[in-house]
Design a protein around this ligand. Structure first.
Ligand SMILES: Nc1ncnc2c1ncn2[C@@H]1O[C@H](COP(=O)(O)OP(=O)(O)OP(=O)(O)O)[C@@H](O)[C@H]1O
Length: 320
């Protein structure tokens, strides 16, 4: 559905994005993640045909964004970060006006507006002035606007920013419900949000894609910490002697938990998973185990690690 190749955008001397390449399949929900200034909005504006690229190509449903921008816009529903709405218009008027602008006939516009009012939970505020709506409702109006012409591709720039937790939940549910029928590209700087909604994520850092994959793949690739934590009830001296004597255990630490229980952190000699071994050892020796876990990184940790690694690489490049 989307094919982005070597996309670069300069604002004067400032490079906003550089060599960004990715694809999005039909029906996927893909998250563009990155801190402020990473280039998310710039990428989305180019994809929606609102900003020309300095270099590189974008194809949406086979059409070139630069050369066939009308065809592309017809297929895209775009909700920019600061969604410009007309505060003096009523919700239903505004959506009909937008639908007409997007080329729908009067009758089709009225039909579609009814559908998106329902879909976005706006029925009860349909007659209200947009300027008098809460932020959450205004966000939903933006979403309804993006959906009204039934676009194949929906591009949402920070769709949950500034919303309260209740509103965030309902907007996320709404987006999730779009998968399959629509392709969705959304930006966020909140990892758990991407993890909850997206099939796949692209991590943007300083204008470049530094990691990409499903939440599970990213977790696997970036969370290879083989350290194991064991909570066990056994004499301390026996545990200490045992861990020291095992060639599979490269290093260990121990701290008392409550009465008779010890918390031990074991690092394996190789990359192997120590958990099955520990279980076997405990059984053989009659120790009681009550916890045996491997540290799992959250996506938040991964994000910090990916971006920290880039900073290190850049520092090294500067030294050279
Ligand atoms: N119109 C502009 N003129 C000059 N520089 C710009 C312009 N728009 C964006 N930039 C710069 O380009 C870089 C990428 O900005 P962009 O808004 O795409 O990032 P972002 O990831 O969307 O950030 P945020 O989460 O803060 O919106 C930033 O360094 C920004 O300062």
């Amino acid at each position: 559905m989307i094919e982005v190749r070597d996309l670069t955008k300069r604002y004067g001397n400032r490079v906003a994005i550089q060599g960004v390449t990715f694809t999005v399949a039909r029906g996927e929900i893909v998250g563009l993640l990155g801190p402020n200034g990473a280039g998310k909005s710039t990428t989305m504006r180019i994809l929606s045909g609102f900003l020309p690229a300095t270099y590189g190509t974008v194809r949406v449903a086979g059409y070139d964004v630069a050369r066939e921008s009308l065809e592309v816009r017809r297929r895209i529903g775009y909700m920019p970060e600061n969604n410009p709405l007309y505060p003096e218009m009523r919700v239903v008027e505004y959506l009909r006006f937008r639908a007409r602008l997007k080329g729908l006939s009067g009758r089709r516009a009225r039909e579609r507006v009814e559908v998106v009012l329902e879909q976005c939970g706006l029925t009860e505020v349909r007659r209200r002035l947009i300027g008098q709506l809460s932020r959450g409702y205004r966000q939903r109006v933006g979403l309804a606007d993006a959906l009204v012409h039934e676009p194949d591709l929906i591009i949402l720039d920070e769709p949950t920013i500034g919303l309260d937790p209740h509103q965030i939940r309902s907007v996320r549910e709404l987006i999730k419900g779009l998968a399959g029928r629509h392709t969705v590209l959304l930006s966020t700087h909140i990892l758990p949000e991407a993890e909850m909604i997206c099939h796949r994520m692209l991590i943007l850092w300083d204008g470049r894609v530094v990691a990409a994959g499903t939440p599970a793949e990213l977790e696997q690739r970036w969370s290879a910490d083989p350290q194991v934590m064991v909570e066990v009830s056994a004499p301390a001296a026996e545990l200490e002697a045992f861990w020291s004597g095992r060639p599979e255990v490269a290093s260990w630490e121990m701290a008392p938990a409550e009465e008779g229980w010890w918390r031990c952190w074991l690092r394996p000699a190789g990359a192997q998973d120590l958990r099955p071994l520990v279980y076997g050892w405990a059984r053989e020796r009659g120790w009681t185990l009550r916890e045996l876990t491997r540290r799992r990184y959250t996506l938040e940790d991964i994000y910090v690690r990916v971006t920290a690694r880039r900073e290190e690489e850049e520092a090294e490049e500067e030294e050279v």
